[in-house]
Design a protein around this ligand. Structure first.
Ligand code: F6R
Length: 610
């Protein structure tokens, strides 16, 4: 939700900012803008639409200090006026902001009384003028004015401010929205995540909530909100530059779908030895006893991560015999959840920045729960506020639709479940070994599932103009049905719904006619015979059926219109394989409809507003 980037040093800032914005565009693409200081000139270019429009519009590119922003609109529609950076009334300060200032209305009224005028509908323009007002009335330095202003702000923010009166300073701060500082030699970078920085330096500092940083060409200084000097922890990034490129694929989404055999293997590497059965998850070692003794586990997540949580509910209950509740993080905080001291809460998040999930973690911690994170983005807020956690090691996921993060989340959660079950004694030795061996085969099975790509492309051609889709599955494949429907609707804008197949007769069956494509995830498991009956019920009403079946299925292909085969595995591991054709189906349909697969409308990769 909005990406911010900044540079101060000796090089031209413009190319660094522009490239940074392109890398951050997945966070929001309603508008973008850049502010540069050259001598005492402050130049701002901002444009509604994607970063390429900004690139076409920009004329003045000089200056070795600057800030840039790519926006996901909250206050005010996407337009040139509402695009960031915003400038203060005296034309001296420029600001970029990711987050929401909740008390901006009252501040705006006060500022208007003092004669301030506003040219946008944004909360951010209020903030920059508030800083200017404080700086002028109290004769403060920029960093002090920012600190005083932020102490009166309610809301979430990552901001960066520059002043044309001082071309050797960027002041930045965070609370609730992410901010990373890159440490170069005689040059400094800032960004919402490390992707714009990794090309220049691998030394970074993740700012903590409430911290304010001042960057000059000579050095940097971090203080807390009370103005007390902090000693920041400098982290070395392990991200590779090529992980941020499309690597020959047309879209990040396709690259990330095809990366899954590797990302799943990476996720297990160094943790699970499929030959000896040794399973070690260093990230949760301090709480492994608490996990074994837990009376229940709560899972909090959103979107695709929530679907991974639903699958985990099935296998944790089956293997560990611990009751599991899966919560939408967004709902969790607004009811009064029963959380007991010692309860385990698992927060699942690709970005590690989802505001709803962060809020759920806060509540759980306040009430004495142990909160474990299952997160992809290293150094992200969720990774830092949870007590312990296991990273996905799936590499950066840039396509807005989550794909490889889902399968990596399942893999990590499965390893956690196996380990707990083993030490708790709820799994027999031979069963444990069987499942460990089977999970070791998953990367190859996913690779085999990917071989259906061309066939799925042909099927997509047939359905690209559909208006509705139904996805049905039972047991472990029910959350996969939900995930398939979400993938289709978010990138192709076709209405799609996922249901447990048995629920169909309680309502959705009324939707079925000869126009309605119904995707059945009908792999061989405990409810195979039941799902065969459900398929017959759809066919009896002339629905069009696309079935995901296991290789060699001799029954379903004769009943349905289209079949996609995937390798068999243990039913608890099936979602890792059965989701693959659904990801590909949504990708191809969206592409054939001319949609922007990597940056679907109205969405952003990292949802940092509640
Ligand atoms: C769907 C998708 C979203 C995210 C959700 C949670 O493809 O990407 O539904 O899964 O916004 O995001 P994270 O996992 O970053 O917390």
């Amino acid at each position: 939700m909005c990406g911010i980037v900044g540079y101060i040093g000796k090089r031209d800032a413009y190319p660094i900012l522009l490239k940074g914005l392109k890398r951050l565009e997945y966070r929001g693409y309603d508008s973008s803008g850049i502010a540069l200081i050259d001598g005492f000139d402050l130049d701002i270019t901002k444009k509604e639409g994607k970063v390429v429009r900004l690139e076409e519009a920009i004329h003045k590119k000089e200056g070795s200090i600057g800030i840039g922003h790519t926006r996901w609109a909250t206050h005010g529609e996407p337009s040139d006026e509402n695009a960031h950076p915003h400038v203060s009334n005296n034309n001296s300060l420029a600001i970029i902001h990711n987050g929401i200032i909740e008390n901006y209305e009252s501040l705006k009224i006060e500022l208007k009384k003092k004669g301030y005028h506003f040219s946008s509908e944004t909360d951010t323009e209020v903030l920059v003028n508030f800083i200017e007002d404080i700086q002028e009335t109290e004769s403060l330095s920029l960093e002090d004015a920012v600190r005083v202003a932020l102490s009166k702000i309610v809301g979430a923010y990552a901001i960066a401010v520059i002043s044309k009166e001082d071309s050797n300073k960027i002041v930045a701060a965070r609370k609730g929205s992410p901010l990373v500082i890159g440490l170069g030699s005689g040059e400094y970078f800032l960004a919402s995540d490390a992707t714009p920085i990794v090309e220049y330096t691998n030394e970074v500092v993740y700012l903590n909530d409430g911290e304010i940083v001042v960057l000059t060409r000579e050095g940097y200084s971090v203080k807390d909100s009370e103005d007390i000097q902090q000693t920041p922890y400098v982290q070395t990034l392990e991200m590779e530059l090529e992980e941020l490129e499309k690597g020959g694929y047309d879209h990040f989404m396709l690259k990330e779908i095809f990366e899954q055999p590797r990302s799943i293997a990476d996720c297990m590497r160094g943790r699970l030895n499929t030959e000896t059965g040794n399973l070690f998850l260093g990230g949760i070692r301090n709480y492994s006893k608490a996990l074994q003794n837990a009376e229940r586990i709560l899972i909090a997540a959103c979107g695709t991560s929530w679907h991974a949580g639903l699958v985990a509910e099935y296998f944790i209950e089956e293997l560990c015999r611990i009751p599991v509740e899966v919560e939408y993080a967004s709902e969790f905080r607004y009811r009064n959840p029963v959380i007991k001291e010692g309860d385990i809460v698992i927060a699942i998040s690709q970005s590690g920045e989802t505001a709803d999930t962060l809020a759920a973690i806060e509540i759980a911690k306040e009430r004495g729960a142990i909160v474990l994170g299952v997160v992809n983005t290293v150094g992200s807020s969720i990774a830092r506020v949870t007590h312990e956690g296991a990273y996905l090691h799936a590499g950066p996921e840039i396509g807005v639709a989550s794909t490889k993060a889902f399968t990596a989340q399942l893999t990590v959660l499965y390893m956690i479940a196996l380990r707990v079950a083993f030490y708790k004694g709820t799994i027999a030795q031979n069963k444990y070994r069987e499942l460990v061996t089977e999970i070791g085969k998953i990367p190859k099975k996913v690779a085999a599932a990917l071989e259906s790509n061309e066939k799925i492309k042909k099927i997509s051609e047939r359905f690209k103009d559909a208006h509705n889709f139904l996805y049905l599955g039972r047991g472990y494949n029910f959350p996969v049905a939900l995930e398939g429907a979400l993938k289709l609707k978010e990138i192709s804008y076709i209405h799609a719904e996922g249901y447990p197949a048995a629920e169909m007769k309680h309502g959705p069956i009324a939707l079925i006619d000869e126009q309605m494509p119904v995707v059945f995830i009908a792999t061989r498991d405990g409810s195979y015979d039941k799902i065969v009956s459900n398929i017959q019920e759809v066919k009896a009403r002339r629905g069009i059926v696309i079935a995901i079946v296991n290789e060699g299925d001799a029954i379903i292909p004769d009943m349905v219109d289209y079949t996609i085969e995937i390798p068999a595995t243990h039913e608890s591991l099936m979602p890792l394989v059965s989701v693959i054709p659904l990801q590909l189906l949504s990708y191809h349909i969206a592409l054939m409809r001319g949609a922007n697969v990597d940056q679907p409308r109205n969405l952003a990769k990292s949802v940092t507003v509640e």
